[in-house]
Design a protein. Sequence first.
Length: 104
Amino acid sequence: MKKVIAMILMALFAIVGVSAQTKVIGMKRAKQIALARVKGKIQSSELEKEKGTMVYSFDIRNKEGGITEVLINAHTGKIIEVKNETTADEAREKREDAMNKKRN
């Protein structure tokens, strides 16, 4: 009987663990986190998969007039990357997005 109860408890913990990984923090909360890190105006935002992880990606027009990209883990809310984008980076990203849309 103890073995059966132990197996049931292990199965429940496994289900709860998987369930926690599938929930995302939501776009609204992710925007708050991004803007707390980089002051400015959000130019674009999306939920995407980067390197196997679901992330919220924000391009924020910063006070200097440039674009800062902020990546936030969609499950944990942790900031993964903050990067100032060059004009070349922005152009490359637009081309990649256009190619991805054609594929889908």
